[in-house]
Design a protein around this ligand. Structure first.
Ligand code: GAL
Length: 633
């Protein structure tokens, strides 16, 4: 498939006389896609029921005249001010019980029936008008579900919806009481109308209560999105995407993705490094202008799974952003490297955010491809270079990886609800293993937790998966390749109880977790073969073969030959050793890479990406800082 570039554009921000020239410059730059519309509700419907589509008709026509294809966004992330008067209770409520106000964006509760109806109304109007428009070649629903911490709401509306959700799930309050273990502190309910939300309790609420609330909140996102996709599909054959984010686990992206044709995500490598990545100060300093060498790749692979093979970058950082604690300028070359890395992982399109830097409002400090005075900013020239290079080798089909990592959103909620140690963070654990594989030069596929067939993989990893699904357990039992499971995998039942027989209860592996302990960061547990466990370890009773033990004799890694269980959180050096062994047993070649250099194969090429601020000698060449090197396979 042909790979393409695009940009995010806001015609409503600029005088109409400028549109023609903007479109001409986009086309000359070599762009294919222009995403528009996703925040323009107040311009589409200035007062309730009064539509103004003329400007949008003209904007789409102008872009289309220049051969550009439009991704049309539904504007439901930014309901206009008048909407709040119509539905005063549509605003979400935070965990402390405060109503979140108007004046920015995402001011809605996913569960609000009235707001859902309003969204259905505008999406129907848009789909009727533009569903057959020849220039509208893709859709985007809403914008960044979960952004600004907006999935969890503790509003009266959410409470009503939660009670209904529970009634459907459990059918009787007695069944709910049993599943949650409400006998524990006399928490039994006589009717679903007695159940509250799990915030504002005196001390921690029942973890099963939290888990069901998290599942409910995720389901509200799925339902909200599905209302839009069902409508769009009635009027349009164009594919539908949503733009997800980095390191956000508040809803099950696999479930939202099941209703979409394309997964896309918004990649802001420097913002993520500064704002959310857990890493030491040296690492953050070294990569401050490049971004973390594995963070983007992890999400590329994750969203390739969420999109069942079809995925894009909908927003690509072009220069300094405005929202992280620190917002440095990218190293020259990074706006090109990030795009090529996405293509190497199978992205169909990479769209830069945004065309021109806005001189007004919240994001006036956020760079674009153009400066506010319309002169090109540095990323403009880098995008131009990528466009030229793509013209030379446009077809980068994604290659199937031999190694797989299971990623499960419910596990992220589980270990937030009951971390048992401050540092037990699911995303961090999964990313740690992913990074370890990449240090050894591996191509990785990420798999959803209900995967039924592992036969394509020589090695499968499943760290920290709270509950192994029946599908995955069956697939693991049938798997002819190698698997490395744990730590803390299959440690809870679906109701969030401790299973008996005790975990991990894996087919064909006699091992029982008899005790767990969490550890402060400065109390590692040394291992007999060198290295250590950090944060977390488990005491196994086992008759399986013990491959590694800690200094005090607790088994650290046990195996039955093909299936191994790891009883702790390994530090980097230990992880490298364990993964090297696992890959070797699985007959996979390892290619340990220098710091900051990463490798990825497409179906036809091998790529190297130098995230370092210094050149690296590798693959028979000097790869400059921010350099991309490729060879035909
Ligand atoms: C994204 C968002 C965009 C814009 C951008 C700035 O999270 O989708 O609308 O705010 O961040 O980096």
């Amino acid at each position: 498939m042909k790979r393409t570039l695009g940009v995010c554009y806001y015609p409503e921000h600029w005088p109409e006389q400028q549109w023609e020239e903007d479109a001409a410059r986009m086309a000359a730059l070599g762009l294919t896609w222009v995403r528009i519309g996703e925040f323009a509700w107040a311009r589409m419907e200035p007062t309730p029921g009064t539509w103004d589509w003329d400007w949008l008709d003209r904007a789409i026509a102008t872009l289309g005249r220049h051969g550009l294809k439009v991704v049309l966004g539904t504007p439901t992330a930014t309901p206009p001010r008048w909407m709040i008067d119509r539905h005063p209770d549509m605003l979400a409520v935070d965990r402390d019980g405060r109503t979140r106000g108007f004046g920015s964006r995402r001011h809605y509760d996913f569960a609000h029936p009235g707001y859902r109806t309003e969204c259905a109304r505008i999406v129907t109007a848009m789909a009727e008008r533009y569903g057959q428009n020849p220039h509208v070649a893709a859709w985007q629903t809403d914008n960044e579900y979960a952004c600004h911490d907006t999935v969890l709401s503790y509003s009266p509306v959410a409470l009503t919806a939660f009670r209904n959700w529970l009634a459907q799930k459990y059918q009787s309050p007695q069944a709910l009481n049993r599943a949650w273990g409400n006998v524990f502190w006399s928490m039994d309910y006589a009717s679903f109308d007695e159940v509250g939300l799990p915030n504002l309790t005196v001390t921690e609420a029942n973890p099963s209560h939290w888990m069901d609330y998290r599942r409910f909140a995720s389901d509200m996102v799925v339902e909200f999105n599905r209302i839009q996709t069902d409508i769009i599909r009635k009027y349009s054959m164009a594919p539908i995407a949503h733009n997800y984010m980095g390191q956000i686990t508040d809803f099950d992206h696999f479930k939202v993705g099941a209703d979409l044709d394309i997964a896309s995500w918004d990649a802001y490598p420097l913002g993520f490094l500064s704002d959310r990545l857990t890493a030491d100060a040296d690492h953050k300093r070294r990569f401050v202008r490049q971004g973390d060498p594995d963070f983007q790749a992890f999400h590329h692979d994750l969203y390739r799974a969420v999109g069942r093979g079809r995925w894009w970058i909908m927003e690509q950082q072009p220069g300094p952003v405005n929202w992280a604690p620190y917002n440095p300028d990218p190293l020259p070359g990074m706006a090109r490297l990030w795009a090529w890395e996405a293509f190497a992982h199978g992205a169909e399109a990479v769209c830069y955010f945004r065309w021109r830097q806005a001189p007004f409002a919240q994001e006036q400090m956020h760079a674009g491809l153009l400066r506010p005075d319309s002169a090109p900013a540095p990323a403009f020239h880098e995008a131009e270079k990528v466009a030229r290079e793509l013209a030379e080798m446009p077809n980068q089909d994604s290659a199937k990886a031999p190694v797989a990592l299971v990623f499960d959103y419910e596990s992220a909620w589980a270990w937030q609800v009951q971390p048992q140690g401050r540092d037990f963070d699911y995303f961090r654990l999964a990313f740690h293993f992913y990074r370890g594989l990449r240090r050894l030069g591996q191509n990785v596929d990420i798999l959803p937790p209900d995967t039924t067939d592992l036969s394509a993989y020589s090695l499968v990893l499943a760290p920290g998966v709270a509950t192994l699904s029946p599908e995955l357990l069956t697939a693991l039992a049938a798997h002819q390749g190698h698997s490395l499971i744990g730590p803390r995998t299959n440690a809870k039942t679906a109701d969030f109880a401790t299973p008996v027989p005790l975990p991990p209860d894996l087919p064909g592996l006699s091992a029982t977790v008899a005790r767990v302990e969490s550890l402060p960061p400065d109390v590692p547990v040394p291992l007999q073969n060198g290295g250590q466990f950090l944060h977390w370890r488990e005491k196994l009773e086992t008759s399986a073969s013990v491959v590694e033990s800690s200094d005090d004799g607790w088994p650290a890694l046990v195996t039955n030959g093909r299936l191994s269980y790891l009883a702790g959180w390994p530090d980097d050096a230990t992880l490298d050793r364990l993964l090297t062994d696992a890959l070797t047993r699985a007959d996979l070649p390892i290619d340990p890479l220098p710091e900051g250099l990463r490798r990825r194969d497409s179906a036809t090429h091998r790529f190297w990406f130098n995230y370092n601020p210094v050149p690296v000698e590798w693959a028979g060449t000097t790869i400059p800082p921010a350099g991309v090197h490729w060879q035909k396979l």
